[in-house]
Design a protein around this ligand. Sequence first.
Ligand SMILES: [Ca+2]
Length: 297
Amino acid sequence: MKKVYGIFAVLFVIALIVGMVAFPLLTFSPPSASQASQASQPPTPTVTSTPLAPSTSPTQITFNGVPVYSYSIIQTYPHDSSAFTQGLTFDDNGDLLESTGLNGASSIRRVNLADGKILQQFNLPYEYFGEGIAVVGNKIVQLTWQNKIGFIYDKETFELLGNFSLNTEGWGITYDGNHLIISDGTSNLYFLDTTTYQTLYSISVNDANGPVENLNELEYINGTIYANIWFSSKIAVINPTTGQVEAYIDLDKTAQPYTTNDPNAVLNGIAYNAQTNQLYVTGKKWSNLYEILILWT
Ligand SMILES: [Ca+2]
């Protein structure tokens, strides 16, 4: 009998343990809808990876049917706030070159990126209103606005080597390795021979809404043309073959805090350092120049 009692005792203890474990599980039930509602917290934003083809994303911001991308500021540098910036570019040595406009204030400059100091400067005579610059080999080519003339300088000494005639106004200029590409404030881009400075052909720049006017400072970057749009915080990224705007980059948040009350103090300066893969922007009379990273998301 002792053995039987012993077995019952063991079974009793096992049943007790099973009951203790099972009871909370059996008595748990999901909260009712009202309970769940009372206990609910604001939904946590879901972090998802952005598709590589952004146009397929329902949340992609667009402008005139074109995806719009933002940016982040990597570094902020001082910039001459009296510079009416018309052109910004790097040469093959990684030197930052800038051109300025306005009659009596037009120049080309070599600028120290780190502190914004002007290392070298050539001033144009009063009658010339300077516009964009581009580097072709050992030369700097500069446009003028309505003087219908372009200037050619020695890249190192800034010695004036020559000039050429322009058929249109001169606004922005860049070099794609084969041609000089210039803008004239319309929706056209003109491709010039780098020896004769003759226009070989032109393209019309369009987005889904039609021609994109006021193309200004230019920068050729890895097969695409970046163009400031005058009086806009947007940079158009343009296919150089079709003229289609493939993307816009909106620098509105950069432009806002640093533009003065001067309505002409607009974004106008894109420079890409091909050696370091770094991108810089500034504006007319801006006190800062920024290295930015485009957020392709
Ligand atoms: Ca440029």
